[in-house]
Design a protein around this ligand. Structure first.
Ligand code: GAR
Length: 211
């Protein structure tokens, strides 16, 4: 049984999708061992407790600086001996040292069709730009913010009268579908990062992953 540690800051709907996938076999022979949050009131921590999973919160205000915080976070994560670390709406910048420590075994989901719209407010930015198409990307985490090799993307349409809430919901529905798939590829040793490229079944993926 392989261990997954999930980092969150909020609602945790992607966390829930990963938990459910471990239970229904979409992710094979793995379990979420711990959920860590930088926000004590994150609803995702409640989801973890309800699923009988260890829920830990670490407040940034308890640490002198980012390095000290990331060191404490890494100590917590490593105590659960994860094969895979999943960022699921973890809204903190990570130090280079932290990222290097988990190089090749940490995934993130970002709510845009990377390389478009790195950073925040991606749905609003897609709407403001008049985009007809938007989506989400699962990628390996590297030192470049939202810049690691993309593994899989899901596209959604944007319709003329859409609100940001409608677009968010449409994107998140796809996130809950693709994140467990990618996690399973990784845990079945089908997916790895080599020379900063994503490799699936020994084939290097196109620069922006599969869509
Ligand atoms: C997700 O839509 C994820 O793509 C996004 O936060 C949301 C978390 O939702 N992540 C980022 O913006 C990272 N830069 P959730 O807590 O319900 O899973």
């Amino acid at each position: 049984m392989k261990n997954i540690v999930v980092l969150i800051s909020g609602n945790g709907s992607n966390l829930q999708a990963i938990i459910d996938a471990c239970q229904n076999g979409t992710i094979e022979d793995a379990k979420v061992t711990a959920v860590l949050s930088n926000q004590a009131d994150a609803y995702g921590l409640e989801r973890a407790r309800q699923a009988g999973i260890e829920a830990v919160s670490l407040a940034a205000s308890d640490y002198a600086d980012r390095e000290a915080y990331d060191k404490a976070l890494a100590e917590q994560i490593d105590s659960f001996e994860p094969e895979l670390v999943i960022l699921a709406g973890f809204m903190r910048i990570l130090s280079d040292e932290f990222v290097r420590h988990y190089q090749g075994k940490m995934l993130n989901i970002h709510p845009s069709l990377l390389p478009k719209y790195t950073g925040l407010h991606t749905h609003q930015r897609a709407l403001d730009a008049g985009d007809k198409e938007h989506g989400t990307s699962v990628h390996f985490v590297t030192e470049e913010l939202d810049g690691g090799p993309v593994i899989l993307q899901a596209k959604v349409p944007i319709f003329a009268e859409d609100t940001v809430e409608e677009v968010t919901a449409r994107v998140q529905q796809q996130e809950h579908r693709i994140y467990p798939l990618v996690a399973n590829w990784f845990l079945q040793d089908r997916l790895m990062m080599e020379n900063e490229a994503a490799v699936l079944d020994r084939e290097p993926l196109p620069p922006h992953g599969y869509a």
